[in-house]
Design a protein around this ligand. Structure first.
Ligand code: ADP
Length: 461
């Protein structure tokens, strides 16, 4: 069901409830007022008639004084009966009219209560009247023709007013909800226009203050992020294909040259060795690209495996030195480390090794002495890893973008590399709920600080 229809129905429902409750209350109070008024008149008529009857004749309980209509009537078809204290009928205005509930009336009236009841369309009042020492039961009955008629008219008017107001409520609800939802319809219309090729479009924010304005603002900010991430993705694909094409072109060129004529075994060996290098760098690049895709898709994770960071550092060092024996990686645990517990992190062993290897490798690669110092320490629930080298350093303007894929420092162009490593490290550290910071000075060296949440063993009880 559309929100507009739902709002209209809710509007109608609330309106109907208010109208029905108000009309019922008006009808109920009017009926109550009519009844009170009618009984007041009937009581005063009955008492006046009782006075007239009882005062004009000396009281004789054995005699029915009169049966007739000698008192001018004010109410429609009024009847009066007067009974003595021992229930003898003293006066009856219409002897053909029979009061069925006479016993109830005499019983209750003797206990000094008034009785009101209905007999057919007659409304009957039983009350007492005292003259001298005697007490009499006076019964009055009449039809409240006008009162009932007015009440019926009031009921018809209320029903008609209710029905008309229900129609008005529906119309007003439909227009009102239409107006209230207009800004949303505008947003929906605009959103329909936005596609992958028109991500630069924005939805109208109205005054930007009310709920819909804020929703539109949030939506626009989401579009901005989408636009940026689409642009980054495009860039990423372009850079990745470029990086993949370079070794492929080189392989192609080398093989073509090799095939031009017969070669000596040494020439074949040397060319194939170079091709093998290119293939290795291709494999390395595609592995890193796959890892970036995997880690970005995973996002911050809840790892459960407990790992010792010193072991990760030592094993990474060994791996690097296997392929680069000339690299000097000095691992220097901080003196403050007193417990192996302080070196535990929860994480993915392979990913953490990839991250620290990248930074160790960069430190050695970009330093003339191929040397990097790695310190680690425990501080307030965090494990801090500091990689420091005395290499070429990074320009201040480059430090801001080197965490983006394929971005390289200007002074690093003469070194081999793809610019993928740091963005991968950044993503891995983020996924481990850690942080990474770089401080560097061109010509003076670089310091990379990684903070990872420590996970000491729970205390043994
Ligand atoms: P790559 O080393 O393959 O170029 P990275 O993503 O690992 O890619 O590094 C991105 C850039 O950051 C490098 O090109 C380099 O300019 C700079 N960089 C990273 N580490 C260092 C370092 N220790 N010393 C100097 N420059 C560095």
């Amino acid at each position: 069901m559309q929100i507009r229809t739902r709002l209209t129905l809710q509007f109608l429902l609330i309106g109907s409830i208010i109208m029905i409750v108000a009309s019922t209350a008006i009808y109920y109070f009017s009926a109550d007022f009519r009844r009170d008024e009618f009984y007041n008149i009937l009581r005063s008529r009955a008492v006046s008639i009782a006075k007239l009857v009882l005062d004009s004749y000396e009281y004789n309980p054995n005699r029915i004084l009169r049966t007739g209509t000698e008192y001018p009537s004010k109410l429609t078809d009024e009847k009066y009966i007067i009974l003595s204290y021992n229930n003898d009928t003293i006066y009856i205005s219409d002897r053909f009219w029979v009061l069925h509930e006479m016993n109830t009336i005499t019983g209750l009236v003797n206990s000094d209560k008034e009785v009101f009841l209905k007999q057919d369309e007659y409304e009957v009042l039983g009350t007492t009247h005292a003259t001298g020492l005697y007490k009499f039961v006076v019964v009055g009955a009449a039809i409240d023709k006008d009162g009932i008629l007015h009440l019926k008219k009031l009921r018809t008017i209320l029903i008609v007013v209710c029905l008309i107001s229900l129609i008005l409520f529906s119309i007003a609800g439909w227009f009102y909800s239409g107006r209230a939802l207009k800004p949303i319809s505008d947003v929906v219309e605009k959103v329909d226009e936005i596609s992958i090729t028109s991500l630069h479009l924005r939805v109208p924010e109205g005054n930007g203050v009310d709920e819909i304005g804020r929703l539109a603002g949030t939506f626009n900010r989401m579009l901005e992020r989408l636009e940026t991430s689409f642009a980054m993705q495009k860039n990423f694909i372009a850079n990745a294909s470029h990086e993949l094409r370079t070794p492929l072109t080189s392989i192609n060129g080398q093989l073509e040259v090799l095939m031009m004529k017969d070669r000596t075994t040494d020439e074949y060996k040397s060319s194939l060795g170079s091709v093998l290098e290119d293939i290795k760098s291709l494999i390395d690049l595609s592995n890193r690209l796959l890892l970036i895709a995997r880690t970005s898709a995973e996002g911050p994770s809840k790892y459960s495996v407990r790992l010792r960071i010193d072991e990760i550092l030592w094993q990474s060092r060994e791996e690097i030195k296997k392929f680069n024996p000339g690299y000097h990686i000095n691992i220097l645990p901080d003196k403050s480390l007193t417990d192996s517990d302080q070196m535990i992190v929860k994480g993915d062993e392979y990913l953490l090794k990839v991250a620290v290897s990248n930074i160790m490798d960069n430190g050695c690669k970009y330093s003339p002495d191929n040397k990097v110092d790695v310190r680690f320490r425990y501080s307030d629930k965090w494990i801090e890893l500091i990689f420091e080298d005395k290499g070429i350093g990074i320009r201040a303007e480059d430090t801001e973008r080197i965490f983006e894929p394929f971005q390289r420092g200007e002074n690093a162009i003469s070194y081999t590399g793809t610019g993928i490593g740091l963005s991968l490290v950044n993503q891995i550290i983020k996924n481990h709920n850690g942080t990474i910071k770089i401080s560097s000075q061109v010509g003076n060296g670089t310091k990379v600080i990684i903070m990872l949440p420590a996970t000491p063993c729970p205390a043994q009880g």
